[in-house]
Write a protein of this length. Structure first.
Lengths: 263, 248
């Protein structure tokens, strides 16, 4: 990548962001909008500074649920996809139910899960996992099934065992799609964790950012609400960036998606 | 007379979608032969090769393979068909790995194979870093590393430019003379088949049948000078005529 392209990638978004913030500030100032309706950027920044420590503790709770949900989704979704690839019968029998789980809105089943699962952390974890695991199952299954047909023949020619076929051919073939699925699931796990907590509406010390947003809404502490939202989107971006980096590192030698344009 | 490695008798293949690819193929290949299978595109040449390899079953007729061939068949596809995530040397190591040879035990054989296909300095490269011709060399190295008794090639050079193809033709012929394995080479190029082989079988359009079985009595060593010789041109004319008849 040449220098000017790199500059455009960094400078462009900064300029857009600065313009939006300036516009926002201008509107709030010009129409004298009170902060309980729409706080200006300055107020939000001050709130972020003053309320940061308390919000950060809640963020940590949300982040713990998100990371755990993503881990469970990867383990569960990945194994399910491997199982599907080993037996067409299993895939055809179970896939429709994975789809049903995917299309059911998590807000609709979260109350049930919260009733069934006593531990709040575990209940939220289950909800976030349900939201996160489908892209991993679907993508990994597709990846495992799209190994080069001639390579499959070659493996058969040399009498490869099922295990060799899986480990040396199907898993590496599936890696790019698995990683793409994981990138989607990372964001979904965060959304799942927040939505589930909204529905659970639990109070107490060990609660996540969703509870802070609800409380702030009740008390009309709108700047605090915005500060929490800001932290949430920052977290989402960070998760996406980390997973993208991981994907690039794992695929950089061979996959088109991870190559530098000049290569 | 050398031992017969592969014998097809009244071999036929129809696919489930109703396409008849092969009709009544009779073909015997003896150990040490370099046979070219020549025919128009879609005449079932690849299907025949896959049946010989045991990758698909014939619908009728018999195919007999000598016991000595068990686990000793190499296959080169139309595309290089390399694993993009593995280095050149890991790609060449693959067949040995699948047969349970440890990396350490395989290393000298892989290195020797890379050497004989002029790939030594590319051992650590990934396939995407190589040209089409180089990738095909890796594919051939992979097929030869197990020292197969029978090497099957399915139009391996069809996608390459002519200069690269000529060079690979010469190298393949040299490798054959050194390894002395039996080769069945599928192609739709008259010039390539005459240059490479000692015997050419000509197939008709689909469903493919064998209509001519021609010995190619050219010198053992084949190089660029041969391409310009009258004898080469003469054999090419004969084979072209038989191919034209097969197409009619």
């Amino acid at each position: 990548m040449n220098g000017s392209a790199r500059m455009a990638r960094i400078v462009g978004p900064i300029v857009v962001g600065a313009l939006v913030i300036a516009f926002w500030h201008g509107i709030v100032w010009w129409f004298a909008i009170p902060p309980y309706v729409l706080p200006g950027p300055g107020v939000i920044l001050r709130t972020l500074w003053s309320d940061g420590p308390s919000l950060l503790a809640s963020l940590l709770v949300t982040l713990r649920i998100t990371v755990a949900a993503l881990a469970v989704a990867v383990a569960l979704g990945g194994s399910l996809a491997v199982l599907f690839s080993l037996s067409k019968t299993i895939e055809l029998s179970f896939f429709p139910y994975a789809v049903i789980l995917q299309v059911t809105p998590v807000v609709a089943i979260a109350p049930l899960i919260i009733i069934w699962v006593n531990d709040v952390f575990a209940a939220l974890l289950v909800c976030a996992t349900i939201v996160a695991f489908f892209p991993i199952v679907a993508n990994t299954t597709l990846g495992l099934n799209s190994a080069d047909r001639n390579l499959v023949d070659l493996f058969r020619l040399y009498g490869a065992s099922r295990w060799q076929m899986l480990r040396l051919l199907r898993l590496p073939s599936a890696l790019p799609l698995f990683l793409a699925g994981m990138r989607i699931s990372g964001g979904l796990a965060l959304i799942g964790a927040v939505v589930a907590e909204f529905v659970a509406g639990t109070g107490g010390a060990e609660t996540g950012l969703a509870s802070r947003i609800i409380e702030a809404g009740y008390r009309l502490e709108i700047p605090r609400m915005f500060a929490a939202l800001f932290l949430l989107s920052l977290t989402g971006i960070a998760i996406f960036a980390v997973l993208s980096w991981l994907s690039r590192m794992l695929l950089r030698h061979w996959h088109e998606s991870a190559l530098e344009p000049s290569d | 007379m050398a031992e017969t490695l592969v014998a097809a008798a009244a071999l036929a293949k129809s696919f489930r979608n109703g396409v008849a690819a092969l009709a009544a193929i009779d073909l015997a290949v003896a150990a040490g032969e370099f046979v070219g299978v020549l025919g128009p595109s879609g005449c079932g040449k690849s299907t025949l090769l896959r049946i010989i390899a045991g990758l698909i079953e014939p619908s009728a007729g018999r195919l007999e393979r000598a016991a000595a061939l068990a686990g000793r068949i190499g296959f080169v596809f139309q595309e290089p068909t390399l694993m993009p995530w593995a280095t050149v040397s890991d790609n060449v190591y693959l067949p040995l790995r699948l047969q349970g040879v440890s990396r350490v035990a395989a290393a000298p054989r892989v290195a020797a194979m890379l050497e004989s296909l002029s790939l030594r300095e590319f051992a650590a490269a990934y396939p995407r870093q190589l040209s089409g011709g180089m990738r095909m060399r890796v594919s051939i190295a992979r097929a030869l590393v197990t020292e197969p008794a029978l090497l099957l090639l399915d139009e391996p050079f069809a996608a390459l430019d002519e200069i690269t193809r000529f060079k690979l033709n010469e190298d393949l012929r040299t490798l054959w003379r050194r390894h002395r394995c039996t080769v069945i080479f599928v192609t739709h190029s008259v010039f390539e088949s005459v240059f490479l082989t000692n015997r050419i079988v000509v197939m008709t359009k689909r469903p493919g049948r064998i209509v001519a079985d021609l010995p190619i009595d050219l010198p053992e060593t084949r190089d660029n000078a041969l391409r310009l010789s009258e004898r080469y041109a003469d054999r090419c004319r004969t084979v072209s005529r038989r191919l034209a008849e097969a197409m009619a």
